[in-house]
Ligand binder design. Sequence first.
Ligand code: AKG
Length: 250
Amino acid sequence: MNKFIPKNDYEVLLKDYQRDGVVRIREFFSQEIVAEIRDELKRYMRDDLPSLPPDAKTTEKDGKTIRNLWRLELYNKYFKELAERDEIISLISKLVNGKAILSGVETFNKPALVGSDVPYHQDNAYFCQTPPDMLTLWIAIDPVTPQNGPVYFIKESHKAGMRPTKISGVKGNSIGLAERPNIPKTDQFCGLLNSGDVTIHHCETVHHSEPNHSSNSRLGLLFVYRGEHTRTNQELKEKYTKAVDAVPPA
Ligand SMILES: O=C(O)CCC(=O)C(=O)O
């Protein structure tokens, strides 16, 4: 982390997060760490990924460009250690109402020209946790602009619980909302970021992202955490299992 977050700011951040279900923090990681992350992702995709099981990735429709990397916390020591740094765990623990446990490290690469959309969804349809004390730290490796497929969040949508879902048909995002929310994009929070900035969103905050038709990549690295007290919700799990069986990620 680049910046020391004073205790006062922690409290403001917590209040904003609880109220809105999404917050943005500028310059969370220094440019040196961003460069290190970028190099390690490149190395991992070139040297390690080809021999890893199919559950390590999802590709775009062309069958070769990487859409997502999954399970980096299992397959890569560097990312597990980065995501488990004390200063990050201590910040996230405040937001998940208990000791933060790393439960996933993944990427949404959103490559130039071919990066596909992510339908409206709530992450807890995938995570299936009760209580929903779980969140995602979304780290911009590339700058996120209006043109390259930013994530749009509906503020306060985490307060109304889980919405009905449907199988989306999208590889890598198999479960989406049954109904598209009737809130214009202009009223949604658009996660425009410089590299090294982050957003943090609650696992029941409704969000989506559009395809990337621009010539600039929009690589995001995601750290997912839950409070150690959360448990699997069987009802959510059954729906998720059906969706993922219908549309496997790999
Ligand atoms: O990065 C994206 O485009 C989507 C991210 C997302 O859906 C998530 O963080 O759950």
